[in-house]
Design a protein around this ligand. Sequence first.
Ligand code: DQA
Length: 152
Amino acid sequence: MTQVLVLNGPNLGRLGIREPDVYGSATLADLAETCRETGRQLGLDVTVRQTDDEAEMIRWVHEAADARTPVVLNPAAFTHYSYALRDALAMRTAPLVEVHLSNPAARESFRHTSVVAGVANGTVAGFGLQSYQLALQAIAKLVGAGTPGSAP
Ligand code: DQA
């Protein structure tokens, strides 16, 4: 089965209590279960991680590149300024979909720039947990998961 990493950046461990008017009431555990269940339906083996630490996030991106693992990434605030994360993602060897729970384009101007978008296959934003489900569907399509003759 195709492995997929769903990586989440800073403050996303606080989902559920963090600005619920913006990010909803689902917790990170709810998000992880939704992703794993969506993955099962799509023939993807999904692992969900979260970190507040830029260096740890970059290590995970290197790990994904080395293992040719597709990534769904919510870079959170790193989206807007982390050139180090962008440079790590530029080395990717498998599909990358950027996700956001909220729609950054409809929020403060500092959120309108994504330094990550240019190295991703695409971005899904503004649909809450469904952003992740749509991103996993895109990954499944890109890797041909569940289709005859696709990689194990
Ligand atoms: C976010 C949007 C970012 O602007 C913000 O810094 C986050 C969450 C989202 O999922 O909507 O932490 O990535």
